[in-house]
Design a protein around this ligand. Sequence first.
Ligand code: MG
Length: 511
Amino acid sequence: MKVMRVSNKVVKKLLEKYKEISTLGKIDGVLGWDLNVNLPSKASEERAQQTAYMAKLISEKWLEVEFKSLLEKANQRSHSARATGDEKAIIRNLNWGAKFYHKVPKEIIIEFAETSAKSFIAWQEAKKANNFSIFAPHLKKMVRLNQLVAEHIGYKDNPYDALLDLFEPGLTAKEVGKIFKTIQSTLTKILTKIKTSPKYKQDSDVVDANVVYSADDQRQLCLFVLKKMGYDLEAGRMDISTHPFTTTLGNFDIRITNRYKPNDFRDSLMIGMHETGHALYEQGVSEEYASTPLAGGVSLGIHESQSRFWENQIGRSWEFTKFLTPILHAFYPDQLSGLGAEEIFRLFNMVKPSLIRTEADEITYNLHIALRFELENALINNKIKVDDLPKIWKDKMKKYLGVVPKTDAEGVLQDVHWSHGPMGYFPTYTLGNLYAAQFTNKMKKEVQLNELVEKGELGTILSWLRTNIHQYGSLYWPEELVKKVTGEPLNPKYFLNYIKSKYSKIYGIKL
Ligand code: MG
């Protein structure tokens, strides 16, 4: 477990101050968790005020005169040769956090929090009523607030860069554009080849409205797998929410949520593995970093690499399917009777352009992200209007995936993210897929991954992740971490190679 070395008095004082920020953040997290899991609809107005009040308290902590002057002093220290790696990283992370709180006026931060809570409720209504116009005024406000945030933080080329940086330090729209340029055309070509293969035409979906998988069975199966993965349920729990998520409410309170579709056993299992991937990262950070600026995962992209690793690299692998098949039969003896490992593997890995991002296969998933990235970038730069989103969404879906949503609920309203407010989040999903493939490639050189997964022995895999990634928390920034773990910067070729090798076997074609 990584030991923390901090000897400087100023940094020590900063850590004391930061602990209060960390505590407030976790309390705010409880309000957010409750909003998503439990809140009765009539309570939404007051919850918005409560959340805005927390945002105000957190802002005030960052703006305290003493805190600011300590950070200034620490900045001088960070250049000293005697500063430890931990000290330098603490100061760097505080400067990064301060960029938002010191540059964006408190009033805007509070307004953002208030608008976000109301907007979430409006989005739920809009989605239920399948009516974008209910959500549109809120989204317009959120876009405007995001633009203001970007203006205050500052940027070189593109206001969207200021927002991307809040989730993935240093990431720019140009860089994201470059990544999509590399992967999008290859993925589209792969998709076209798969669609013309004979096996693609034989694919049939398991979702049968007459077959029911009880929510309790789904939950128990998830819990069995999550424990195998190493999720500490005495320091976490799994509840239900429409849009599943993971949240850190305390150093020993890392929670996940899930949802249970009555006619599909795959959804909750993959969500459970995904969210547990996030939770394992948080639970694996060195305890010495608890409540400091080094606690927690370093960026959303690296975070998503951990969730995608467990969901896709493990959960959707042939080896895991072989391990899981007898367990699935024990849970669903009637529902899955007659289906062997081969058939079940296909059910988890069918490629099919579809309307909903969260249900997308590994190939089309990133095309959904490309669409969202382009829309956000255009919205922030005033190149498109909120009112035109439903139409632009449909046009792009047709162009990238060849399918067109009939309704807004399965189109522009499907994701919760824009209702929460922050923009610049979506590209980290694709980064996560790419990082995950690159980490897996490295891991395979050091552990017998396939053999272990087939036996259901996941402990060695978690240990590798803990040693190489988790324990460091936010010590290394994404770029440094990827280089440290794999010996090179982010390289999309690992993801493309993984996709080609896996799906050429599944569809019996050359990719
Ligand atoms: Mg995730």
